[in-house]
Design a binder for this molecule. Structure first.
Ligand code: NAD
Length: 683
């Protein structure tokens, strides 16, 4: 079948959209590779671009409604980045609406030359979507480069992929396309099985032919740390087969040796404390004191799993009535970058303890922390394939979620991605636990020591540059306390020590990446456009320009409805909201879609009672200056901040195992229910 490449809307204005996944840099690098391979193979290439004519104003009606101008003909924003510029012989076709086939020249160019379209471009849920449907309707076979398309809306991107794959096209990684079409100049043309390097009994899946992403040191951006392989569907399938083959045997072993192995894992981790803490400092810029706290928390979670593990998980409720707990099978774990040790340990330990095996997709940063988790599991004697890791990005994570035989997904990450994963799990009837972003409100009540409250909050909000899901994001102050508290708070924020993450005195380190810092700056700019006022911060500190530092920023929004109030800013930003009185402050605290943590500072018993009865969050803190989380307490967001059962303590058992009620009567031939835990539930 003759193939041709279509590049849709790969223009600077579209690439500049915040929240693009994969990022604009990654997308352009990926499409550039594929483009080079098509050119080297002398296969047809066509560029389609949205062009707005200012004179006749041919914008789409919703752009007019939003007063949005983009891709205006003749402006730099309408052009492709240099790497993706057309060369002679490649048509550049204009359109003004979603589908590339709006321009009839596209069909005229493709029809005599091509039966198979390979589609790349922006955005997956919009122009890519409609172009694919139109191509399908015209009888073309369509392949979509899954790592060559991007969207800023993960929910609609995921649903779009699901919808299109069931009908009109196939999504596959660039490397796979290169292999299948035998493209020249593309190292992906060499067919290879997924590579794997074995970490003494626990495997690390990494394709030799998939793209890689280079990660930088957040404290010294010019320093390249390493590259990470972006695993694809084939890698996920391969890892699944290994995990699945191991699971039934491990289910039996977990009953006999689970506790012993978990203890040995804790010992192995402890023996590497210094190395792991240093990796956290270097790879995500976590200040060393915070990195130590994460390490200790991870161990606490592991010991909690040891303590909870009972050798026989069946229980008798009454004569002839038994409850047994079965493992789920292979569980998929998808974790974020900001706690790259504690969050995975807090999921892997109960998953294994309950007889499951694990397919883990960590976030891109902190690769060596991931490696050390695997190595310590192996040192602890966990058998090969109890835990398999596939490194990668959003596409890799999605391949884990949609794998038909992965029984359940435990995800921690942002609200937008959690919703996308929730939608995919819902249509597949897949079990999901999702711990999502917070937008945590703090109410300042009648508190005798406002200075102390301000000092606690400044540290909790800005340490680790505010990159904690539990960090206070909004401080809501009733009129009587407003001026007094704010003066103390700004004074305390001014005293915070910015510094190198390696320095034990540092309180505010760098953000994890330039991309994340740009995102925070765009949010602040957006707030200023809506009438917000910056009370302090708002800039890149001059002395720390070599890394990703951003000043602790306190902002008063123009209005309680502004985006900065309602969306989580995952960085060093605190929003101040003024309330008429205490009850109005609690209403504002609840007045966002998220509900992870809500806090109160007040000495007044009535206010404490009112708050604890009214606040809508999975975690409440009342005059609590400890930043820690108890490893046995439920950790889960209410409202949009979580789905499924919370994590930790006895709630883990509810997620990682499946109960079964067995009723039996003794007849003349005694019936012995089989030993629980030996068989996986096949989803
Ligand atoms: P993220 O949602 O961008 O990514 C989390 C993980 O999901 C990563 O491994 C990522 O590669 C993967 N992923 C991204 N898109 C995906 C998709 N479409 N399908 C499948 N997998 C996908 O989050 P992040 O930036 O890594 O972490 C920060 C976010 O995590 C913040 O919102 C923070 O509040 C939240 N978080 C929540 C908790 C909690 O327990 N509630 C804890 C830590 C962090």
């Amino acid at each position: 079948m003759r193939a041709g490449l279509v590049l849709i809307d790969l223009q600077r204005d579209f690439l500049a959209r915040s929240g693009l996944t994969p990022s604009a840099d990654t997308l352009v690098a990926n499409v550039t590779r594929l483009l080079a391979a098509f050119r080297a193979s002398t296969l047809p290439v066509v560029h389609v671009r949205t062009l707005v004519n200012e004179d006749i104003d041919n914008r789409m009606p919703h752009w007019k409604r939003q007063n949005f101008w983009g891709c205006v003909d003749g402006t730099p924003g309408a052009c492709a980045p240099a790497e993706l510029e057309a060369i002679p012989g490649e048509p550049v076709l204009a359109k003004s609406f979603f589908s590339s086939f709006q321009n009839s020249e596209l069909d005229a160019f493709l029809r005599p030359r091509v039966e198979l379209l390979v589609v790349t471009g922006l955005y997956t849920h919009a122009c890519v979507h409609t172009t694919i449907l139109d191509a399908y309707q015209r009888g073309y076979e369509v392949w979509v480069a899954s790592d060559g398309v991007a969207s800023y809306d993960p929910l609609y991107a995921a649903l779009t992929q699901d919808y299109l794959e069931a009908r009109a096209c196939r999504f596959m990684a660039l490397a796979e396309i290169g292999r299948r079409l035998n493209l020249r100049g593309n190292k992906a043309t060499v067919a290879q099985p997924p590579g794997e390097s074995v970490h003494a009994g626990v495997r690390w899946q990494a394709s030799s032919d998939t793209p890689t992403l280079t990660l930088h040191n957040p404290a010294q951006w010019s320093e390249r740390l390493y590259t990470v392989e972006i695993g694809n569907e084939a890698d996920v399938n391969h890892a699944f087969r290994l995990s699945s083959a191991r699971q039934p045997k491990w289910a039996g072993e977990a009953i006999r040796f689970g506790v012993e192995r978990l203890r040995a894992w804790a010992d192995a981790l402890r023996s590497r404390r210094t190395a792991i803490v240093l990796s956290l400092v270097r790879e995500i810029g976590k200040p060393v004191r915070d990195a130590e706290a994460e390490f200790d928390y991870a161990l606490g979670l592991l010991y909690a799993a040891v303590d909870r593990r009972r050798p026989d998980q069946s229980e008798t409720l009454a004569e002839g009535v038994q409850v047994r707990h079965y493992p789920l099978g292979v569980v998929g774990l998808i974790t974020p970058w900001n706690n790259p040790l504690a969050i995975p340990v807090g999921k892997i330990a109960p998953a294994l303890a309950n007889g499951n095996t694990v397919l883990w997709k960590p976030a891109l940063p902190a690769r060596s922390v991931t490696a050390q988790v695997l190595e310590t599991l192996a040192e602890a004697g966990f058998p090969e394939d109890c835990v398999n890791v596939v490194l990668g990005d959003a596409g890799t994570g999605q391949a884990v979620v949609v794998h038909p035989d992965i029984a359940a997904i435990s995800f921690t990450g942002s609200l937008a991605v959690g919703r996308a994963i929730g939608a995919l799990c819902a249509v597949r009837g897949k079990i999901l636990q999702a711990e999502l972003g917070g937008n945590n409100g703090v109410v300042i009540g009648e508190c005798h020591d406002l200075r102390q409250a301000a000092a606690d909050l400044a540290l909790m909000a800005f340490s680790f540059a505010g990159q904690r899901c539990t960090a206070p994001r909004r401080i809501i102050i009733p009129c009587p306390q407003y001026d007094g508290f704010l003066t103390h708070f700004l004074e305390q924020v001014g005293k915070l020590r910015l510094g190198a993450p390696t320095d034990p005195d540092t309180q505010v380190g760098p953000m994890v990446s330039r991309e994340r810092r740009d995102d925070i700056m765009a949010r602040i700019e957006g707030s200023l456009d809506q009438g917000g006022r910056i009370l302090c911060g708002g800039r890149i500190p001059r002395r720390w320009r070599h890394g990703c530092w951003f000043e602790p920023t306190v902002i008063v929004p123009g209005d309680h409805q502004d985006a900065i109030v309602h969306e989580e800013s995952f960085g060093p930003v605190v929003v101040i909201q003024r309330a008429d009185d205490f009850k109005a402050a609690v209403t504002l605290c609840n007045g966002v879609q998220q509900g992870l943590v809500a806090s109160l500072y007040s000495d007044d018993a009535d206010q404490q009672r009112y708050f604890s009865n009214q606040a809508q969050a999975g975690i409440l803190r009342i005059n609590d200056d400890r930043r820690g989380i108890h490893p046995e307490a439920p950790f889960g967001g209410w409202k949009a901040s979580g789905m499924g059962p919370p994590e930790h303590g006895r709630w883990d058992e509810a997620f990682y195992s499946r109960p079964q009620a067995v009723y039996w009567r003794q007849h003349s031939t005694p019936f012995h229910p089989p030993q629980p835990g030996c068989t996986a539930w096949k989803h």
